[in-house]
Design a protein around this ligand. Structure first.
Ligand SMILES: [Zn+2]
Length: 490
């Protein structure tokens, strides 16, 4: 049997920490990194007699996300208690949403690239819930010492659940990349995976063809996926593992209990954590302390008109209005809205937008990366780069001298023209150029005869020599004048 006789089937649950200043039901700060248990109050600690008060901003950010995912925003939504017992959950239940989530249905379009065509992944739902605290197990001391930090308890999460439409580990990564980019453009989350702002669970099984029958293996939920790379590796590992188990046991979906497995990043394996709970195990019921929320249509309409330009639309704009390739449009859009604005400001002043794209990708992005700058701190403003590229477009500078001016602009305040003056780059006068070309023809007799014999590239050596004699001589002009002079020699 070949190793690729199965189809991987994946649905993802992405927990996104919403960028609110305070928690979902109390006024405690959500700032990351504070000393343990300093950002808590009787409400998020679950003291008896306290009552939750809803944070309106979390609702706004959830609706914004839902609208960008083409979800339906219902006129009302409500809160339910999800009951389970765990040390990091002081109330003994989590306030979540069970049967009336704030975002219903939807889709995320994956842009595709050279190796894959565009695909649409359906969204089942997105619901709001409060985060739990964090247990810290110190296994190194040998004392089985466990501590708890409840700073994160009550922080608003939006759990975005996809349909099982994802068909490969690579596609899972594309989905997560596109979703993270969208959330960044929407400014609903900082999406910082190291700080736990974006956490992924994957529901995975295989479809296998057995004669005329399509067979499915039991679904496994993988938890603890803390990077996109972990997601990819865990899916590849799990596909292989499930196929081996199927070969051994023949167990199909429904014939074995659902399993929850955790990804061990050190060992690069998934390990069984528990037999998965069904939703009935959580005894969901409506939270009696919280009334249902009305979501007026006028508010939803207002939020929809305020979404701003999103990645998919911006890619199309860069392709249709500026003639960029899919690849170039992707690179620029992936840098975020500031870079798109910078590109458009430069490119709209040039005849060839591709030149702006090349310089931004090769020079600007490298500078930002090397210096760990954001675009807001970058000293070469769009107007200056546009002017510099206009000078290159007009033949006043070649790319190499253009890079010298670019470097000067990084180090000095001033305009590209001032940079040219400071660097002694002036247009070489026509008399000087004529003398230079005559000298070159005298010094390169074999290149001259090669050129006469039809080898156009023979001029290359002479243009290289011209650069050494006078770095300010424009190579294009040298080339034109050389071929004129040589052609007229006969
Ligand atoms: Zn609190």
């Amino acid at each position: 049997m070949s190793s690729v006789d199965y189809q991987l089937v994946v649905g993802l649950e992405v927990h996104v920490q919403l960028k609110t200043l305070t928690k979902l039901f109390c006024g405690c700060s959500t700032t990351f990194g504070a000393a343990p248990n300093t950002q808590t109050c009787p409400v998020c600690l679950g003291h008896p007699g306290t009552l939750p008060v809803l944070n309106r901003e979390a609702i706004r950010l959830a609706i914004r996300t839902g609208l960008a995912l083409n979800s339906t925003i219902p006129p009302t939504t409500k809160w339910d208690r999800k009951n389970y017992f765990y040390p990091d959950l002081p109330k003994g239940y989590q306030i979540s949403q069970f049967d009336q989530p704030i975002c219903q249905g939807g889709e995320l379009k994956l842009p595709g690239d050279e190796t894959s065509s565009p695909r649409t992944i359906r969204i089942t739902r997105a619901h709001l819930e409060e985060d739990a605290g964090k247990s810290m197990h110190d296994e190194s001391s040998g004392s089985a010492d466990s501590r708890i930090d409840l700073n994160r308890t009550g922080t608003p999460l939006l759990e975005i659940v996809s349909e099982p439409d994802i068909r490969s580990a690579e596609e899972a990564k594309q989905y997560l990349t596109e979703l993270k980019l969208l959330l960044t453009y929407l400014q609903v989350s900082d999406c910082n995976m190291q700080e736990g702002s974006l956490r992924v669970d994957a529901n995975v099984n295989l479809h296998l063809q057995r004669g005329d029958e399509l067979v499915a293996t039991p679904i496994v939920e993988i938890k603890n996926l803390n990077s996109f790379r972990a997601v990819e590796r865990a899916l590849v590992y799990e596909a292989q593992r499930q196929r081996e188990v199927f070969e051994d046991t023949g167990q199909r979906i429904g014939e074995a209990p659902k399993q929850t497995r955790g990804w061990d990043d050190n060992l690069q394996v998934t390990k069984v954590q528990r037999e998965k709970e069904e939703s009935s195990d959580y005894r969901y019921f409506p939270d009696p302390d919280l009334v249902p929320i009305m979501l007026p249509e006028s508010w939803v309409t207002e939020l929809k008109s305020d979404l701003g330009a999103l990645p998919a639309a911006l890619r199309e704009r860069l392709k249709t209005e500026f003639g960029l390739s899919q690849y170039d449009a992707d690179v620029i859009v992936n840098q975020g809205p500031d870079m798109v604005a910078y590109f458009e400001a430069v490119a709209s002043n040039l005849k060839d937008a591709k030149r702006a794209s090349n310089w931004i990708q090769q020079d600007v992005m490298r500078t930002l990366n090397d210096m760990e700058y954001s675009l807001a701190d970058f000293s070469i403003k769009a107007d200056d780069l546009a002017k510099l590229l206009q000078l290159i477009e007009a033949g006043e500078l070649d790319n190499s001298r253009g890079r010298d001016v670019y470097q000067w602009l990084l180090d000095h305040p001033g305009t590209p023209e001032e940079g040219m003056k400071a660097l002694g780059i002036a247009s070489v006068g026509s008399d000087d150029l004529l003398d230079l070309c005559k000298q070159l023809i005298g010094e390169h007799p074999s290149a001259v005869s090669d050129f006469k014999a039809g080898k156009k590239q023979a001029l290359g050596a002479m243009i290289g020599a011209a650069r050494k004699l006078n770095p300010n001589a424009n190579p294009g002009k040298v080339k034109d004048l050389l071929s004129q002079l040589i052609s007229h020699e006969d």
